[in-house]
Design a protein. Sequence first.
Length: 237
Amino acid sequence: MIVRITSGITGLDELTSSGDDLSLSLGGIPENTVTLLYGPGGVGKSIFCYGFTYHGLTQDEPCLYLTTDLGIRDIYQNMADMGFEIDGYLKNEMLRVVDAAEGDAEFEESNVYQSSSVKNPTDIMVKISRGVNSISENNSRFRSVIDSVTAIIESNDEMLIVRVLKTYILRVKEAGGTAMITYTEGSADPRTETLIKSMADNIVKLDGETIIIEAMKGMGKKEASYHITKDGIIINK
């Protein structure tokens, strides 16, 4: 039986469920897998990650969140605008952020906040590894997000980042985590893009109108329309 975790995305668990197969009767994202969420810019990939992260926190599943496009203040505000209050989860160290976008001088380095740079993937991996180690010590189930890998690819040698991603995926899965990685379609060489897809267990595409599950452990291709609201992504039945 495939163990799945609820996604936090309205309609996604229903889309990934099947009454005909007992292993799929409960939908969601397969536990201890890596999902590549890709598509053009501005189609809701980050919003998807916010929902995935916050829902996990409400289920007592901590999250390690690497951000490369937006700083921690922007993420904090974006999630607050969606009704996702994260103060308490930062205070009790359920949510930990590695900020490789710009850093914030007003946020002191701590267990829940680490600054880095997209131009220094080695430092990013060191801080992610520390976070994974700390979270997994007391939690058999946790979530991890990279939003997004695009900025790291654009700032470094692409093959180096492919190796870094392999290390990240191995580390998270060994520790029992379930990961989400976002990527902007077409921002890397086609060969690199193919390699990135090959490392994921699940591949999901958003195009602004349709969510396409191109591959997911234990099931075939599925798709549905979706729209973005103030509360997040809503997948239509």
